[in-house]
Design a protein around this ligand. Structure first.
Ligand code: NDP
Length: 242
């Protein structure tokens, strides 16, 4: 019997990340879920689903190195990394503070380095890896009020394309998924008026479900997806075509 592959999901205890963790577990992966600070949600998630949880800040390089070492010691070498953790700090650019700019770049873009750098050498050595980065429709088309978020998420796509080229020969694929508006706390925090405007722009006529993103992650994580690398899979109900 072959050992189950190990998947680490950042921000894997809540929202889209939770659906990804559960989807990977259901597909037979051994899953470790990272989270940032919400212990209550993480502990409930751990109890309900029997998935190990690990708390550290994905923007902190030293914490990532240490955290990933711990995951590899307790769960096993990481075969699949899902870079999902992300935040928004919205404001029009002419009102945007440097603090909000930096917070979003750190959590959403610096984390590509801090989370991926500690796992890439092991994946190359073992000649297998799946890296799946969660970007956003707003990194593809830009979004007013989100200059920081749009910049970070566009950066994720560039990172994905470069890393895919570097690692293709080593059996390591690197892809991005660009969700449109998905029904999570992040989106439910949008004011009602703005939500009406958002819905009117989605041809499918509804928000997406976290499961719909999770299923795509599971597919890209599979052994059978080895010929897909460097791509950005758009899942947005037809709102924006690339
Ligand atoms: P949520 O706010 O629902 O969940 C965010 C998760 O990320 C939580 O588990 C949170 O941990 C974790 N997290 C946040 N900051 C850090 C940090 N510094 N270190 C470690 N973990 C952290 O977000 P969503 O599920 O909505 O979003 C998930 C991803 O999908 C993000 O990258 C987002 O940008 C992207 N996305 C979301 C869309 C949507 O419609 N919801 C659309 C397009 C993209 P904790 O619980 O401890 O706070």
């Amino acid at each position: 019997m072959t050992m189950a592959r190990v998947a680490l999901v950042s921000g894997g205890t809540r929202g889209i990340g939770e659906a990804i963790s559960l989807g990977l577990k259901k597909a037979g992966f051994t899953v470790a879920a990272n989270y940032g600070g919400n212990d209550e949600v993480a502990n409930k998630f751990k109890e309900e689903h029997g998935i190990a949880v690990f708390k550290w800040d994905v923007g902190d390089a030293a914490a990532c190195e240490e955290g990933i070492k711990k995951v590899e010691a307790e769960v096993g070498p990481i075969d699949v990394l899902v870079n999902n953790a992300g935040i928004t700090r919205d404001a029009m650019f002419h009102k945007l503070t440097f603090d909000k700019w930096q917070a979003v770049i750190r959590t959403n873009l610096d984390s590509m380095f801090t989370m991926t750098r500690p796992v890439i050498e092991g994946m190359r050595e073992r000649s297998f890896g799946r890296i799946i980065n969660i970007t956003s429709i707003n990194g593809q088309k830009g979004q007013m009020g989100q200059a920081n978020y749009s910049a970070a998420k566009a950066g994720v796509i560039g990172f994905t394309k470069a890393l895919a080229q570097e690692n293709a020969r080593k059996g390591v694929t690197v892809n991005a998924i660009a969700p449109g508006y998905i029904a999570t706390e992040m989106v439910m925090a949008v004011p009602e008026k703005a939500m009406e405007g958002i819905l009117s722009q989605i041809p499918v006529g509804r928000l997406g479900a976290a499961d719909e993103i999770a299923d795509a992650v599971v597919y890209l994580a599979g052994d059978n997806a080895g010929f897909i690398t460097g791509s950005t899979l758009t899942i947005n109900g037809g709102q924006y075509f690339t």
